[in-house]
Write a protein that binds this ligand. Sequence first.
Ligand code: ADP
Length: 648
Amino acid sequence: MIPVNILIVDDRKENIVALSALLDRDDIRLFSTTSPNEGLKLAWENQISIALIDVQMPEMDGFEFVEMLKSNPRTKDILVIFVTAISKEAKYAVKGFGVGAVDYLYKPLDPFITLAKVDSFIQLAQYHAEIKLKNEELQNMAVVVKNSADIICSVDAQTFLIQNINPAVEKIMGFKAAELIGANIINFAIDEQKEPFKAKLNEIVKDGLHSSVSEFRFNTFNNVIIWAECRVAYRNKMLFLNISDISAQKNFEDQLIRSKESAEYGKKVKETFLANMSHELRTPVNGIIGLTNLLRKTELNEQQNSMIDLLEVSSQSLLGVINDVLDISKIDAGKFKIVRSSHNPNEVIRAVYGLLKFKADENNIEFLLDIDPEIPVNLMIDSLRLNQILMNLLSNAIKFTERGYVKLIVTVLQKNNVKAEIKFTVEDSGIGIPEHRLGGVFESFEQAEDDTAAKYGGTGLGLAIVKKLVELKGGDLIVSSEQGRGSTFSFINWYSIADKPKDKVETKAAGALEQFENVNILVAEDNLVNQFMLAKMLKDWGIEFEVVDNGRKVLDKLRAKDYDLILMDTHMPELNGYETTKTIRSSFEEPKRSVPIMSLSAAAFDYEKEEAISAGMNDLLSKPFQPHELYVKIKSLLTANELVKNQV
Ligand code: ADP
């Protein structure tokens, strides 16, 4: 407990001693003096709560002393008790009270009465101190409320009339605080939200909630609508509201939602564009590659043969660029999957090596292959992607090396019974990459120098794809290079060890394919070049066929006659391949209803393939394709259909 400071002023020392002896307690701190002037000084310096003052003193009498105390703000609240021996006449008492004394003690002092009075004044002093403290707190809070950026107001819980509101309301809503006293707070809300706002406040009152947060739209003095976050508490039949303007935050949220929607829309548009573009580009390339194949089988002189070679190289490289652009888009769209199956890594690596060896020989570059003998013979590999990665890195190495060597090193870093960690390194002694471009070459469409495309060709897509593929497989592509000395690209991936190697699929060369007998196929294809090519191939294989150029004609033909197989393009005018297939599968009678249908499409996306299968097609072949691929697919579809027919 904090002791109460009591001051005793008496010109006679013995009186001070007697009073001090009476008041010698832990809850009292005594200050005493025989000099009134000294007494004033003590009162000034020591937060005195109660003063016991002798009335008759030579220097200054008690009344004058109290007047001095009362005239000073620092001492005016001191509770004064006069201690006097003089007559108890009423006029002295009145004079004493008149200057501000609160009571009298009479000499000789009765200890019980003295202590009782002092005790009650100590309590009074403590109440005073508490009230003062609370007042200070209230004043501090008032400053906070007055300066708050939020609207703070108290509202009658029954009528919703505003009792008090801080000046922030003018800044946020344009209304003067004083003019809102007595106004109904419900009117802050815009018309269509008045009822919900009222319902919310009623709910808070009914449930006696100490805190509830909700958002409403308020109308300002200037008829601007703002978003208000209302924190409401209920107490003593009053509602206390803290209202923040959250319009900026709401606008930001709206913008975010809108940009997310437009990003998603943009992504969809991009995908559709890519799917269409891929079809548009791949279809003619398919035609060029197919025709090149067919031309090669005709009688040609040497010059024509070399022109065919060039045509083939050009069309393959065009197809390469189209596929690269598509790959990048598919990876970016998260539509790229790594599909692993059992392979002998030696075979995959040597196949790439074999394909590029002639190129290295042509450029007079030494092409070295160093495969760790520890490499397991069966690994779960996405051979298509590993092939793509190595082809890219090695083609670059050969392209950018004018003399010296290119080396592919395959090292087993660690292995156990189930998996192996393998490092692939492609090293060359070529032109190298300037240090400041080492990071840039992995970006799409970026090349090391401005004149790279002019000198060496290329699009700057290869490394971007390789990097993303390596990352998809869980590794990282690393480059080190020194300009003029060469470059080293490497990556490390884990591979699971497979039980047994995959059975090899026999692929015969196109020339050695057996003839079909009594096979009748309907071809639906709107592209003239592709029609020509397909016709040529089917004729070569002894197949009878008819060609139509849209889905509607397919239905007409099928109504009139049975076919062993339909080869169906997907994108066709009038009725596309999917719709045509759905109609056949749902509206035709057997056996027409179950005729095998193979989709021949330039589809590049998995979802297009899924669409073909779910439309009811039996199989699909993506354009561009090699003749023998089509041959194998036709054969297996016809065989499967024969088996089904025999079972029925
Ligand atoms: P492209 O080969 O089509 O230009 P890439 O993405 O494969 O595109 O390569 C990007 C660039 O990185 C190349 O243009 C070249 O400047 C540089 N680069 C790639 N590999 C090598 C290499 N082995 N030696 C020197 N520079 C290279």
